[in-house]
Design a protein around this ligand. Structure first.
Ligand SMILES: NC(=O)c1ccc[n+]([C@@H]2O[C@H](COP(=O)([O-])OP(=O)(O)OC[C@H]3O[C@@H](n4cnc5c(N)ncnc54)[C@H](OP(=O)(O)O)[C@@H]3O)[C@@H](O)[C@H]2O)c1
Length: 236
């Protein structure tokens, strides 16, 4: 397989597609000819994006699920299989940010639990559910959106949840060798979104094209970290 693969006709699920980074990824996948399944917690959150994509000529669909709920995550997978049969591309993008604690010695177990449920366990569960079918079909591209957050113990519940997701990707990747399926990480950079806040230095649009890079690479590109901001202005 060559690099810069076409994505035309591929079916992609993007979690957290209603706004921010997920919305940018959904629009770009639509421009590249993918069928896109837009996830958020409530269907009304993706209604405007759905119309925008459909007006572009993209086959777009909506699905809802609360990702802190393990039963809802299983049901999300089952509904996708029942309705669309399979997916080729999975962007585990949805996440929550935990409160900022100036007192870095506070351990709030509830915040850790919620953060790990949404940011770590839900994406890992979706990977583990979709991977066997992707392997059987000899094709799949999974991107787990991570974070470059560092030296900020004030946000440790969030930071640790992303580090755990990174560990999953690094340790699973060697087991995907030769399957036609890849799984990689994308760090979007610090962007102005609801999660990133208004003081972030980068516009949300700057996540493109970097966020797309891992899914247009050959099968050999697996278990790697991509920094989206390094690809600004490049043709991908
Ligand atoms: N922005 C940054 O600077 C930055 C930096 C590093 C990494 N990231 C990562 O980039 C990804 C996207 O971040 P963003 O800035 O675009 O966030 P955002 O604007 O806050 O959007 C979050 C998305 O996730 C969904 N979501 C939130 N909580 C959920 C839950 N409990 N169950 C299901 N869906 C839920 C939201 O859906 P609803 O519409 O239903 O709320 C929304 O679509 C995240 O993984 C984040 O950690 C962001």
């Amino acid at each position: 397989m060559t690099s810069k693969q076409s994505l035309k006709g591929k079916t992609a699920l993007i979690t957290g597609a209603s706004r921010g980074i997920g919305q940018q990824i959904a629009l770009e996948l639509g421009r590249r000819g993918c069928r896109v399944i837009l996830h958020s917690r409530t269907l009304s959150h993706t209604e405007n994006l759905l119309s925008e994509l459909q007006q572009m000529g993209t086959q777009a669909y909506q699905i809802d699920a609360e990702l802190s709920d393990t039963v809802a995550v299983q049901s999300l997978y089952q509904r996708i299989i029942d309705i669309w049969g399979h997916i080729d591309i999975l962007y585990n993008n949805a996440a929550i940010m935990t409160p900022y604690h100036s007192d870095i010695f506070i351990t709030n177990a509830e915040e850790y639990l919620l953060s790990f449920k949404v940011n770590t366990i839900a994406p890992i569960t979706l990977c583990n559910l979709f991977l066997p079918d992707m392997i059987k079909r000899n094709y799949g591209r999974i991107v787990n959106i991570t974070s470059g957050i560092k030296d900020q113990p004030q946000l440790m519940a969030y930071a640790a949840s992303k580090a755990a997701l990174d560990k999953y990707v690094y340790d699973m990747a060697p087991h995907l060798k030769g399957t036609g399926v890849t799984m990689n990480l994308v760090d979007p950079g610090w962007l102005r979104t609801d999660l990133g806040g208004p003081n972030a230095p980068n516009a949300v649009e700057s996540v493109i094209p970097g966020a797309i890079v891992p899914i247009v690479q050959s099968d050999d590109t697996c278990g790697k970290w991509f920094s989206a901001q390094e690809y600004i202005g490049q043709v991908v």
